[in-house]
Design a protein around this ligand. Structure first.
Ligand code: MG
Length: 361
């Protein structure tokens, strides 16, 4: 796999840009590391060998490239140990190469000695001539991709013969017929910054909370950020189990601890505190790490009170705490069919999930 190019059209080292948290070149490496490929060796910029090697301890080799693609290829081919008869040469800048494409090329090499994947031209191609330009017949044009495959001995011979932009051209120059196989439009080469997909990280968190009904008949019932007619829940704060479950789902998604850690019930500051304070603080804390909230969904398990009449107001209150739209807040309710403590009406339980996302820098 060739990772030694200068990437001058990109401006910076495109091969180390992450896609889904994984550098472009490492994605390419992993895409290649599937049967029938037995081993993958890497050609990298001189001096950067240790950085690459540390991430792929199983690589067949990691060697320095040269000033041109042919030189880099020659260094790579030179590093292939005895015992291999066919090689595939792949650009590290093609991270979306699917295992079945690799297998297709390998199979064609077995039958025809040399092969490359190709896709039809989708853009109109014009040829510059001495008196202007002329349009080429698109239906007769193929765009070559990698991995390109050949017998090792043929490639060694071709390399000795001169410079070319790819292996197929080099092999043809020494009279070897190189067979096109069906390429894959997805197998794009990352050339410009805009070729990289936006790198968005998404996380899911889960939260659970339950509180028993208070013996204090005068205690208000806070649920979903609003006061609801009914018996209050016992707890250090206002005991709003819905907000507590969502707070934990958010903190959990961002791996930032839990509600008990941030707002301990031993702290007098939180005595009878409104739980909207916890929820807003959790939202601000995760926003500080670059997260935004995609959605949250909470389900309430209780025999009483009936939540349907309050659903819209609760969703609005939760959305306001989180700085999102009510359409991003789901709220469902069920009973426990009179089973267990919740079923006997001793308290209320809530489960919540939250999805958060951020763009990786
Ligand atoms: Mg609680």
């Amino acid at each position: 796999m060739l990772a030694a190019g200068s990437g001058t059209r990109f401006g910076g080292d495109k091969l180390w840009r992450p896609i889904g948290g994984c550098p472009v070149w490492l994605r390419s490496f992993r895409a290649l590391s599937n049967p029938p490929v037995e081993a993958v060796g890497l050609v990298v910029p001189r001096g950067s060998e240790p950085g690459y090697a540390s991430l792929v301890p199983g690589a067949l080799f990691v060697v320095a490239g040269g000033g041109t693609r042919s030189e880099s290829l020659a260094n790579g081919i030179g590093a292939v140990p005895e015992g291999y008869d066919a090689v595939l040469v792949h650009d590290a800048a093609r991270p979306f190469c699917a295992p079945d494409l690799v297998a297709r090329v390998a199979k064609a090499v077995e039958t025809h000695r040399a092969a490359y994947p190709a896709v039809p031209a989708v853009d109109t191609v014009r040829l510059r001539t001495c008196d202007g330009t002329t349009m080429l017949d698109r239906s007769s044009l193929l765009l070559a991709q990698t991995p390109q495959g050949a017998m090792l001995e043929d490639l060694r011979r071709a390399l000795a013969s001169g410079e070319a932009t790819d292996e197929a051209a080099m092999l043809e120059a020494i009279g070897i017929h190189v067979v096109p196989v069906e390429g894959d439009p997805v197998n794009k080469k990352i050339t410009y910054l805009s070729d990289l997909p936006s790198d968005c990280e998404t996380r899911v968190g889960i939260g659970y909370d339950s509180h028993r009904f208070s013996d204090d008949v005068g205690r208000p019932l806070w649920l979903g950020g609003i006061m609801v007619p009914g018996r209050g829940l016992a707890g250090h704060s206002d005991a709003d189990a819905i907000l507590h479950a969502i707070t934990d789902a958010l903190l959990g998604a961002a791996a930032l601890g839990d509600i008990g850690e941030h707002f301990p019930d031993t702290d007098p500051r939180w005595k009878d505190a409104r739980s909207s304070v916890f929820l807003s603080a959790a939202a601000q804390r995760i926003a500080g790490d670059g997260w935004y909230i995609v959605n949250t969904n909470v389900t309430v398990i209780a025999e009483t009170p009936k939540l349907a009449p309050h659903r819209a107001a609760m969703r609005a209150a939760i959305a306001e705490c989180l700085g999102i739209e009510a359409s991003q807040v789901g709220l469902t309710a069920t009973t426990n069919e009179q089973m267990g403590s919740i079923g006997r009406g001793e308290g209320i339980a809530c489960m919540a999930v939250a999805t958060i996302a951020r763009t990786r820098s």
